[in-house]
Design a binder for this molecule. Structure first.
Ligand code: F6R
Length: 609
């Protein structure tokens, strides 16, 4: 996904747009640009690379005006270059457009317009939309009508902001499949693809729905459908605070978010988990009170880290709720023929709530009659709005590209859902109360696990030259191993693989050579003895074993080369603490290699296309 912002107010727009883009840079960072409107002209500045390039271009040649649109790009169509950077401008130089999404029929639009004599300047799909709006506008002079007309022709997905050289007081935004939020502040209106850009400037927001077009102007906000039907938009308070979106003394967002986990977990459990209680309270499922005991099968889906959380959910739901559970990659589920029987609850997991594959999978299972729940962090996001009910993570904004606090919050929410469903079936009040107490104690244990920071740093520095790592775990810690490996790959660009420890001897053992780092997650649960046997296998091939083990475990200390000791907890909740040293290790491994942990190469925070 790329980052979009549009500003209309009384302040210098370029400054505010640039400030907003800085907050969106995690969504795309290979090129950036902005356009302002003043003196009947568009003032466009674009630069390849990080936002510093755009800031320099603006310092050299300021862009005047109090209306502006901006974009920070993650290239999909066309390489990162100045010509391909947004905003794109129509041939007459009157219309500027920033766009998130993909215009699928861009080639057809382009060939039609070229046939009309329009000259294109870039390789992007976006330019076709800018040119089409410009083409209609040159014939009619009606800005809103031209935008609507072009959007009716466009196939694919878009979140757009449009500025026009002839209207220094009018900004247009529209959405189909790509998120857009409008914020209203004092004497200003801002549109952005993510709430992070609005925090601290506006207090009220409204989310655009698919096929809605809004005109921001002197009269405020006016919304219509692409087919010109008027719509009433409701404003709601913007929940995130400026403090949450800033670094607050940490070096990186990833580091901050790792260390925020005790609080994020407390927030995820606030009002839902009470020590001593024998039930959890999930307000988000209240409307489902009657259906809950009837669920016989759960289908969990998501991508990347959210998929790993779903895999942990499978263990939790089967063990605690006694519900047969399947987990699917959303990207696969959407193209399969999923069989949805009566009593199936489909649960979408997503930090952002905007991942394209997860949204598509959600719509697919809904079209087949599934009841759907969302486990989502992004308040008001597409998945949160389109699911029948759900439980928010309340983990606060996650800005680092590598997901950390959302992962542990997802596990906590899954544990609460499993306890809720379990308690409505066979789970005794005593066992439920015991697990609730354990859950309530998790934030403290995570705080303790964070003390491993120094050890993780030294370890990462010693292993800086190792290019292949293995992560092993069993049972509920197999997904923890997958997540550990993913974290390392994405920020340090080191090859890492996560495996169920017992699978080693079915092939991967052949990869072990002298000194290869093998991270083994080995809490003292029912798989412990087996895991010790797996460690011996690795050691006899001279692999270097780093164990994540329960505090006070002396046996493992004798076997492994190094142990990261984490507090003991109930075996089912072990991923919540075992994940912490794995996150710290990845963070420090990336720093030791000199990488930008918050903006890993080739990745952006949300994959909305
Ligand atoms: C990994 C990571 C990604 C996301 C995935 C799904 O650290 O961040 O793998 O987990 O793109 O994103 P959401 O959860 O926003 O749907």
């Amino acid at each position: 996904m790329c980052g979009i912002i549009g500003y209309l107010g009384t302040q210098p727009a370029a400054e505010i747009v640039l400030g907003g883009l800085k907050r969106l840079e995690h969504l795309g960072y290979d090129s950036a640009g902005l356009a302002t409107v003043a003196d009947g002209q568009l003032h466009v500045r674009r630069a390849v690379g990080r936002l510093d390039g755009l800031a320099e271009a603006l310092a050299a040649e300021p862009a005047p005006g109090t209306l502006g649109i901006g974009h920070t790009r993650w290239a999909t169509h066309g390489r990162p270059s100045q010509e391909n950077a947004h905003p794109h401008v129509d041939a007459a130089g009157r219309i500027a457009l920033v766009h998130n999404g993909v215009i699928e029929n861009h080639a057809a639009i382009r060939s039609f317009l070229e046939g009309q004599g329009v000259r294109f300047r870039s390789e992007t799909d976006t330019e076709s939309l800018a040119q089409l709006i410009g083409f209609f506008y040159s014939q009619t002079g009606d800005l809103l009508g031209s935008v609507r007309g072009a959007l009716r022709e466009a196939r694919g997905t878009f979140g757009i902001a449009v500025a026009c050289a002839d209207a220094a007081d009018t900004l247009i935004a529209a959405r189909r499949g790509s998120p857009l939020i409008i914020g209203t502040g004092r004497d200003e209106l801002i549109v952005a693809s993510d709430a992070a850009a609005l925090v601290g400037r506006v207090s009220q927001v409204t989310h655009l729905e698919d096929n809605e077009v809004v005109l921001l102007g002197p009269g405020g906000l006016r919304a219509v459908t692409v087919d010109a039907k008027p719509i009433e938009k409701q404003l709601e308070p913007l929940e995130a605070s400026l403090e949450e979106a800033s670094l607050g003394g940490y070096a990186h967002h990833m580091q901050k978010e790792i260390f925020e986990q005790p609080d994020a977990l407390r927030n995820a459990m606030r009002g839902r988990v009470r020590p001593g209680a024998d039930r959890v309270t999930l307000g988000g499922l209240k409307s489902f009170e009657r259906e809950l005991p009837r669920f016989r099968r759960a289908l969990l889906f998501g991508c990347g880290t959210s998929w790993h959380a779903a895999l942990i959910g499978e263990y939790l739901l089967e063990e605690l709720a006694g519900i047969s559970t399947e987990v699917e990659y959303a990207s696969e589920l959407r193209y399969r023929n999923p069989l949805i029987q009566e009593g199936t609850v489909a649960i979408a997991l997503s930090q952002s709530g905007e991942t394209a594959d997860t949204i598509a999978a959600l719509r697919e299972v809904q079209s087949r009659g599934a009841v759907t729940l969302g486990i989502v962090n992004g308040v008001g996001s597409t998945i949160a709005r389109e699911t029948d009910a759900g439980v928010y993570l309340h983990a606060g904004p996650e800005i680092g590209v590598a997901s950390t606090k959302a992962f542990t919050a997802q596990i906590a929410v899954l544990a609460m859902i499993a306890l809720d469903l379990g308690r409505r079936r066979h789970l005794s009040p005593e066992r439920t109360a015991e697990l609730i107490d354990e859950l309530a104690a998790i934030p403290e244990k995570v705080t303790k696990a964070l003390e491993l920071d120094g050890q993780a740093k030294r370890l990462a520095q010693r292993l800086v030259d190792r290019q292949n790592w293995l992560y092993l775990g069993r049972g509920v810690n197999f997904p923890t191993a997958l997540e550990g490996a993913l974290k390392l790959k994405e920020v340090s660009y080191v090859h890492a693989e996560g495996l169920p420890a017992a699978e080693m001897k079915h092939g991967p053992l052949a990869m072990i050579d002298a000194g290869m780092p093998v991270i083994v997650i080995a809490p003292q649960d029912r798989t412990y003895e087996k895991v010790l046997a797996n460690i011996r296998e690795v050691k006899s091939r001279e692999g270097r074993v780093i164990a994540v083990a329960s505090e006070g475990d002396e046996r493992i200390a004798e076997l492994a080369d190094e142990v990261l000791f984490v507090p003991r907890t109930s075996p089912l909740l072990a991923p919540l603490v075992a994940t912490i040293p794995l996150q710290l290790l990845s963070y420090h491994a990336a720093l030791a290699r000199g990488h930008d942990v918050d903006k890993p190469r080739n990745l952006a925070k949300s994959v909305t296309e």
